[in-house]
Design a binder for this molecule. Structure first.
Ligand SMILES: Cc1ncc(COP(=O)(O)O)c(C=O)c1O
Length: 478
């Protein structure tokens, strides 16, 4: 008689019985060849129906746990071998640590496993989500959510009406020269970067990166172990003069219209020099146009992609800042001849964006609401930028200097204090900045905090600067 099974009312009886019997066999509590009670007997002992026991026995037989021997009864299968039943010590084994094969060392820059802190005020790149026109968005969402044509498989390149809307938008707002067949919808800028790495990089190919620069680009472009070569900034923009001695490179990553994180803007002659250098060197420029919609007083510089004929430029943008990061939608715009290469890489990588989301964004743009939203956000961020900068100048004088271009969603505060410690301290106060030193590929030339003011309320702007006045003064004395 089996006495150790316990049936309760938490799960369906059949499921409980199956689980308990199979576990006991795997743990060798019922060894190979041992006899089990008849279904009538077990049903009686457990107070369940005989049909339930028969169904479980049948399943265990079909899975090779049990076997019947004609005229003798039902037994644990003789061939339950050690592959299926790893030896265990005692009756209730502890889960064992799985032995993992040797893996390549993790690159520097720990991954935050918890997402609970990704949306603190002052998190760089986080928009003002409270100001998002959620009602208008939901109306469009509701309009599309029952359309069967949005429930099937997705085109690898992306939903055509969205590609068309993106092509028109970047054409008129950013001077990008493209048609919809050159647009590839991606899961954010990050997927665009990973695709570029897959297509362009052979082992040993060098990649030039702004230093300090965007970490997401480094993670993606370094993913196959290619050497990442830091290119320093001058006056907060990529130092074009250094490129002549930088040696050959397959790719150059840059943020010419608002250097991330330092905020400088490449002027026309620097843009021209960059493209000429790239053409001479057969280097492709990755133009990350991540926040050009938020230039406060003047129209932003047109994108390099559209300024010059035959410029070797891979242009990328994202809806993470203009709409919201949770959508995970961005776009990559490449010359016609590269589209198939990108699509092939994307088929392997997977990660299409939900059709419904794409349809909603397309209508949001086509209906004019996107442009209205951007206009409102530009005003919103401009006011916050002015307020934040004013508070910093008034209250943090001598402690922190704002590096400010009148654009974007973040401000860099530099100073004479250990920025990782200050960043950690700020996080403990409930604010989510990043340390400037973490944006350097090589040794950090400056200490500072990258502070995303867009997500902070007026009160939080005031409170955070008041907290910084105390925290930075203390950190500077150490
Ligand atoms: C420089 C830069 N590029 C691109 C992005 C957007 O990335 P994603 O579209 O993957 O959210 C960000 C977001 O913070 C950024 O700072």
């Amino acid at each position: 008689m089996i006495t150790d099974l316990q049936i309760d009312s938490t799960l369906p009886l059949q499921q409980q019985l199956y689980r308990q019997l199979s576990q006991r066999i795997l743990q060798r509590r019922y060894p190979a060849g041992s006899r089990l009670p008849s279904s009538r007997q077990l049903a009686q002992d457990l107070g369940v129906s005989r049909n339930t026991v028969n169904a479980v026995y049948d399943q265990l037989k079909s899975e090779g746990f049990l076997q019947t021997q004609a005229g003798r009864g039902i037994f644990v299968h003789e061939d339950i071998d050690s592959r299926h039943c790893p030896p265990t010590k005692g009756a209730s084994p502890q889960p064992e640590r799985v032995a993992i094969p040797p893996l390549p060392a993790l690159p520097e820059g720990a991954i935050r496993r918890s997402d609970q802190d990704s949306n603190l005020p002052f998190t760089p790149g986080l928009p003002d989500l409270a100001a998002f026109p959620i009602r208008a968005w939901n109306r469009i969402l509701h309009h599309h959510e029952s359309r069967p044509s949005l429930m099937g498989y997705n085109s690898l390149q992306g939903y055509r009406p969205l590609r068309r809307a993106v092509a028109e938008y970047v054409g008129s707002a950013r001077g990008v020269r493209c048609h919809e067949d050159q647009v590839i919808i991606t899961q954010g800028a990050q997927q665009a970067l990973a695709l570029i790495a897959d297509i362009f990089l052979k082992p040993g190919d060098r990649v030039l990166c702004e230093d300090p620069g965007y970490r997401g680009a480094r993670y993606a472009l370094g993913r196959h172990g290619n050497p990442l070569i830091p290119v320093p900034l001058r006056h907060q923009v990529l130092d074009i003069d250094v490129l002549a001695d930088a040696g050959p490179a397959r790719l150059l990553y840059c943020t010419p219209t608002h250097q991330y994180p330092m905020g400088g803007i490449l002027d026309a002659s620097q843009r021209m020099a960059l493209v000429e250098w790239a053409q001479r060197n057969q280097t492709w420029i990755i133009e990350d146009d991540y926040d050009s919609d938020f230039h406060f007083y003047t129209k932003p510089f047109a994108a390099i992609q559209g300024m010059f004929d035959q410029a070797p430029v891979l242009y990328m943008g994202s809806f993470s800042k203009t709409l919201m990061p949770a959508l995970r939608v961005g776009y990559l715009i490449v010359p016609d001849t590269l589209v198939e290469h990108v699509l092939r890489a994307k088929r392997v990588m997977g990660g299409e964006t939900a059709l419904l989301t794409q349809a909603v964004i397309a209508e949001f743009i086509d209906s004019g609401q996107f442009t209205r939203h951007l206009r409102r956000m530009r005003q919103n961020y401009r006011e916050k930028w002015e307020q934040f900068q004013g508070l910093v100048i008034d209250q943090l004088s001598g402690l922190a200097a704002p590096i400010a271009e009148s654009a974007g969603m973040h401000l860099v505060l530099t100073g004479d204090w250990p920025d990782r410690d200050c960043n950690h301290w700020l996080w403990q106060q409930g604010y989510g900045s990043t340390p400037l030193s973490a944006h350097y590929l090589g040794p950090a030339q400056q200490q500072g905090l990258v502070m995303g003011f867009a997500s902070a309320s007026d009160q939080q702007l005031r409170d955070c600067v008041a907290a910084l006045a105390i925290g930075l003064a203390r950190a500077g004395k150490r």
